[in-house]
Design a protein around this ligand. Structure first.
Ligand SMILES: [Zn+2]
Length: 185
């Protein structure tokens, strides 16, 4: 996998303009950590510069989205440091790979890699793409569900009577949550 990643980077450099391109990209790689900071650096991997457009792989769609909102600021900071200014940045999960220094592969990582979006791109056109398993593992599925519920619950307003999170519709209708409203009937 490490060789794959390297070959892809080298391949895309060669495809898009030889030595000058690679020098430009090298200076970008040097200032990238300083510009985005450690947290973002861990979730991103600059792939190539293509006609002034920097392509960056991100660890997830959420990161890609967040960084798209900040790309003007990132671009401005990068251009202060780069010999040739960039015109734009594209973030995508498509070519994200595990860091070369990753800890030894565990079962979980194997599963994640198998479901990784880049694997789909590896599939030659015309080949059937295997459907993802619907539920990985009951425990993991439950955990995911519980976190979803918790995230939703935390953003809900509280019922005045029992101080429990309640859907805004219930509070609007009865002034209290449905459970408390039922008790009063
Ligand atoms: Zn209540």
């Amino acid at each position: 996998m490490a060789f794959n990643t390297l070959n892809q980077v080298i391949g895309s450099l060669e495809n898009h303009g030889g030595l000058q391109q690679s020098q430009e990209f090298q200076s970008l790689l040097r200032c990238w950590p300083e510009v985005v900071g450690a947290a973002v650096m861990a979730q991103t991997r600059p792939l190539a510069v293509d006609r002034g457009v920097l392509k960056v792989a991100t660890s997830s769609a959420v990161w890609a989205q967040q960084l798209m909102f900040q790309r003007r600021q990132i671009l401005a900071k990068l251009n202060l440091r780069l010999p040739a200014p960039l015109v734009d940045i594209r973030f995508s999960t498509a070519q994200w790979h595990k860091p070369l220094m990753a800890e030894p592969a565990t079962q979980e990582q194997t599963v994640l890699w198998r479901e990784h979006p880049s694997r789909v791109l590896d599939t030659p056109a015309g080949d059937k793409i295997e459907p993802k398993p619907a539920v990985k593992e009951p425990k993991a599925a439950f955990q995911q569900w519980a976190e979803g519920i918790q995230a939703r619950t935390q953003s809900l307003p509280l019922c005045e009577q029992c101080q429990c999170p309640a859907p805004p519709g219930e509070l609007q209708r009865w002034g209290i949550c449905a459970l408390c409203a039922t008790k009063g009937w």
